[in-house]
Write a protein that binds this ligand. Structure first.
Ligand SMILES: *[C@@H]1O[C@H](CO)[C@@H](O)[C@H](O)[C@H]1NC(C)=O
Ligand SMILES: *[C@@H]1O[C@H](CO)[C@@H](O)[C@H](O)[C@H]1NC(C)=O
Length: 468
């Protein structure tokens, strides 16, 4: 009697594990490739560019599905796609919903979306939906009758604009870009939004959600929304203040790591002191409940690309190495691997198809090497990040046995030579470490409790013990 019932229990548990989305902890094993659905892949095979970057360029869910091999080859194992609901006309980005109950027909059908997610799951690629609960579409239009299910002015805050982001009342009650601002204290609004996110995740099988405009909504709204979603939540708090951003981890699993983004841009794009990274990390230690699940990134759709302001690939590679090797859930914006360099929105939302998904770009190969290594050593299980050396131009840190070195001197900079004396206990004398980028030609040996390292022409290096 005991055996069959425990077998049933097991089956039930594994079904639960299969049906329910992934937790914050499980997401640490992922590297998320951020896709603007309209800009990643067309399904007609056309490789000509985009006539008007402010409007639809032709990307679809099938277009993404057709290029999952490219995504897998890069080595990422999750994607984040644009919001899926029907939007007001022209809103190719998806952040101006018209009807939450319908899908955006420009991106495809319900079957296309289900097929995409099934195809991703077959390749162990998890899928994160981008969701918006702050506002609906139709900027500047006070006729709400066309919006569903919020078709009445009683569901919205009265019209005013956010001018001062230091004034939290204004941030929560006024409008972003004049978009109708939902009143989440209205019980109908709140319950409809909870029901919508629950059914969106369940219907399509999303593994996580990225939530737009977190601080623009009253904090009290978010725990119920997070619970209704039932999967890992990564929220956008577009702000450089660590204490402010960290405050939102009380109500959702994690936020985008915006303060560190600003720091990394300063350090690697503008060559500010590398010590800034340690300063930001110590503020993170002080304020975040759990800084190991934040979404770390160097680019996204809301900021000019890194290469817009700094064309040195070597500096870019150092910044990317930091993002991919530090603790957190790294986010890689599509086009990074092709060296895209677009400016402010919509310049940074280039169509990918003119590249024909070539894998020859040195950045593609660089990312492939780092990502393949990251997965092969299960970096997320290697242990916490420990700073081993820092000065204005150089940082060394370890996670378990993995040693990462970054510099901000750039490809024309001097050779960076340092002697590390604060080493992990596992680095005994005689331990041979090899650089993952030149595993047969660039190895160093721990001698007298020290490690001499050298970075040439501004390169980054990642060392790992060579097992005999
Ligand atoms: C909006 O709701 C109010 C209160 O229920 C109602 O009086 C009004 O007629 C509605 N307006 C529209 C345009 O439906
Ligand atoms: C903040 O914004 C609200 C709404 O616009 C306004 O009523 C209030 O006076 C502002 N507070 C401060 C301190 O500026």
């Amino acid at each position: 009697m005991a055996a069959p019932s425990s077998l049933k229990g097991l089956l039930f548990l594994s079904l639960l594990a299969f049906c329910f989305g992934k937790t914050a902890n499980e997401w640490k094993s992922r590297v998320v490739y951020q896709i603007i659905t309209d800009r990643f892949g067309r399904d007609d095979g056309s490789a000509s560019g985009c006539g008007d970057m402010w409007h639809y360029c032709g990307g679809t869910w099938r277009g993404i599905m057709n290029h999952l091999d490219y995504i897998s080859a890069l080595g990422v194992n999750a994607i984040w796609i644009s919001p899926i609901p029907l939007n007001i006309e022209g809103a190719y980005h998806g952040y101006a919903a018209k009807d939450l109950a319908q899908l955006n027909p420009h991106f495809g059908s319900s079957d296309d979306l289900k097929n995409l997610i099934n195809a991703c799951h077959k390749k162990d690629i998890w899928v994160m939906a981008d969701v918006v609960a702050n506002h609906m579409g139709n900027p500047g239009n006070e006729d709400f009758s066309q919006l569903h299910p919020f078709n009445n002015e009683t569901y919205y805050h009265r019209r005013c604009q956010i001018n001062n982001y230091q004034n939290q009342t204004e941030v929560e009650f006024c409008r972003l870009a004049d978009l109708p601002d939902l009143d989440q204290d209205n019980t109908y609004v709140r319950s409809q939004l909870y029901q919508w996110v629950r059914s969106t995740v369940a219907t399509y099988g999303f593994d996580g959600i990225r939530i737009d405009t977190i601080p623009e909504v009253n904090k009290a709204f978010w725990p119920g929304f997070a619970q209704a979603a039932g999967v890992f939540q990564l929220g956008e708090v577009f702000d450089g203040r660590v204490d402010y951003v960290a405050g939102y981890q009380a109500v959702i699993d994690a936020t985008l790591s915006y303060p560190m983004y600003f720091t990394l841009r300063d350090v690697f794009q503008r060559q500010a002191s590398v010590r800034r990274i340690a300063d930001t990390l110590s503020a993170y230690d002080r304020y975040f409940k759990d800084q190991t699940v934040l979404g770390t990134f160097l680019d996204n759709h809301d900021n000019p690309r890194f290469l817009q302001g700094q064309s040195d690939y070597t500096l870019y590679q150092n910044g990317l190495a930091y993002v991919l090797m530090t603790e957190g859930v790294p986010l890689l914006y599509y086009g990074t691997e092709q060296g895209f360099s677009g400016g402010a929105d919509p310049g940074c939302r280039e169509p990918l198809w003119p590249t024909r998904y070539a894998q020859s770009n040195p950045l593609f190969k660089f990312l492939q090497t780092v990502l393949q290594f990251r997965t092969s050593v299960a970096l997320w299980n290697q242990g916490p990040q420990v700073e081993r050396y820092i000065d204005d131009n150089f940082l060394a840190f370890t996670r378990g046995d993995v040693l990462t070195l970054v510099t901000n001197v750039g490809s024309n900079g001097p050779t960076v030579q340092r002697t590390l004396t604060y080493l992990p206990a596992s680095y005994k004398d005689g331990t041979k470490l090899c650089n993952i980028f030149w595993p047969n030609d660039d190895c160093i040996t721990v001698t007298g409790g020290k490690l001499d390292v050298a970075l040439l022409r501004g390169e980054t290096k990642i060392f790992y013990p060579k097992r005999a």
